[in-house]
Ligand binder design. Structure first.
Ligand code: ZN
Length: 503
């Protein structure tokens, strides 16, 4: 077989791995949108089977042998060519996957299912003791996971690298420290003022009008509903089965107009990224977003830098008021803008405003590292959470369900690697947005006219279309001519909130 034939064979294999994974994702989508509750047990089994088949096909001898045989071709190819990038990414994924023994992986999955079950009972019961035992095993397994990568400096590094390639604790720690030192006094300065009255957001907003309004904006942004759709699920998310089928979900609270609206803008940001991947990458491991940080930068950019901006509401507020004439009749665009950007010390990450949000993330990130380093024991975790919450956010959860039990992440897989992407996303959202405006200075005035074409086109050209072709750091550099940096984000927060709160 020639090298070209071997490459074609590898692509076929990888396409099948991808399709099995997509079928599992479709079953998972159905599970949280339309499946009757009775279907849970069988569905869990079906998803696990498809994931196992996909994994086995990928780590099987055939893929490894083809990758070995294709080394000479890879060395010959232009490193920026599609095939060279495909081989690099497939090799990276493969080498990563074969380092984890199958029986260890089975134990990890089994414990994830058990701890998720324990968490779903512990959270409503507000009883941390129910999760202690499975969580201790999760911590042990998370540490052992790190041991399969003996070259890494910190036990969290392999878990972080899996979702944010190239990122390490050594890089993240100083970045987050800078962020924290900036944010803690900013939150204090804002919260020492009289709080903004946002009661207008909690009037009665009927579901259908909310859904229609949010989806109209997502469409205006550039989310293609011919290749996507929106449904409802308790925790909003975006998922894709191919470049031409990328779906989002939302959740409606008729007593909080922000819930469905901003989750729709957020998820449509994720979805436009996936829809915007170049069609030449379809069916390959390159056909998806490159890292959790870059993905989150796209959702945050549309949700916050666009969707929570004054210029955006200059254009959209009249039509929101038309949808809700009684609720918003006497409310000016300025009061509405202040209400949706009000900053509060709050306990729950997913409901946090832009200024406090990263402090919630940093709190979790630091606790994870201490757990993995053996400096903190699981049974001391609730106290450590309360203590840090007070120090960073000036507020202490009375109940663990609003503290250590609020997020599913630690109870559904590993400890480590799941939270850094949220803050990286916020930081990057501003870096990308600034670069887009430098390239096309008319973007802000276009947004004021409800026109997103220039922004969408810049993002598609510089980020979306590349999928996983370039590693995250490389992509950031190509798009913005800079390495990842925090200054644009700090500038953005200082300017916006400085004006809002006359600081
Ligand atoms: Zn997101």
């Amino acid at each position: 077989m020639s090298l070209e034939e071997k490459l074609a064979k590898l692509k076929t294999y990888l396409g099948e791995v991808n399709d099995l994974g997509a079928a599992a994702s479709l079953l998972a989508w159905d599970q949280v949108t339309y499946m009757p509750v009775g279907g849970a047990v069988a569905r869990q089994r079906q998803i696990a089977l498809l994931q196992r088949l996909s994994h086995e096909k990928f780590i099987g001898r055939e893929v490894g042998r083809l990758l070995d045989d294709l080394v000479p071709l890879e060395q010959e190819l232009d490193p920026d060519s599609l095939d060279a990038c495909l081989l690099r990414v497939a090799r990276r994924d493969y080498e990563h996957a074969v380092k984890i023994p199958p029986d260890f992986l089975a134990k990890l999955h089994e414990n994830a299912a058990r701890s998720y079950q324990a968490w779903s009972e512990a959270r409503p019961a507000n009883d941390f003791s129910k999760v202690v035992e499975p969580l201790e095993l999760t911590l042990e397994l998370s540490r052992r996971y790190g041991e399969f990568f003996p070259e890494s400096e910190h036990p969290a590094d392999p878990l972080i690298d899996q979702s944010d390639e190239g990122m390490t604790v050594a890089l993240l720690r100083p970045l987050f420290r800078t962020l924290r030192r900036e944010l803690v006094p900013l939150v204090e300065a804002i919260c020492s003022q009289e709080s903004v009255d946002n009661s207008v957001l909690h009037r009665y907003y009927p579901e259908n009008e909310q859904l229609a309004f949010g989806l109209k904006i997502a469409r205006d942004f550039g989310y293609d509903l011919g290749r996507g759709r929106q449904d409802k699920s308790p925790h909003p998310f975006a998922t894709n089965f191919s470049i031409d089928d990328v779906r989002i979900t939302t959740w409606v609270d008729e007593r909080d107009v922000r819930e469905a609206l901003f989750s729709t803008l957020h998820e449509s940001g994720h979805a436009m990224y996936e829809q915007g991947v170049s069609r030449s990458l379809e069916g390959t491991p390159l056909a998806s977003g490159v890292s959790s940080g870059v993905h989150e930068s796209q959702s945050r950019l549309w949700e916050n830098l666009v969707g929570r901006s004054r210029g955006f509401w200059e254009h959209y507020y009249p039509s929101l008021r038309e949808s809700f004439p009684e609720q918003l009749g006497g409310v000016s665009v300025d009061s509405f803008y202040r209400a949706i950007n009000s900053v509060r010390k709050s306990l729950v990450r997913t409901k946090a405003d832009e200024v406090t949000y990263n402090l919630h993330v940093i709190l979790r990130f630091e606790l994870e590292l201490e757990l993995l380093e053996g400096k903190l024991a699981i049974h001391d975790l609730p106290d450590a959470w309360r203590d840090r919450s007070y120090r960073y956010l000036g507020i202490t959860p009375e109940e663990d369900r609003d503290g250590v039990l609020q997020d599913v992440h630690w109870y559904s897989g590993a400890i480590g690697g799941a939270f850094q992407g949220y803050s990286l996303g916020n930081i990057l959202s501003a870096q990308f947005y600034e670069a887009a405006i430098n390239a096309v200075p008319s973007i802000p005035s276009e947004i004021e006219a409800g026109n997103f074409t220039s922004l969408y086109t810049w993002l598609k050209f510089n980020i979306y279309r590349h999928g996983r072709k370039y590693p995250p750091q490389d992509l950031i550099k190509r798009a913005t001519s800079q390495d990842l940096m925090i200054e644009p984000y700090l500038r953005y927060l200082r300017t916006k909130y400085g004006k809002l709160y006359s600081l």
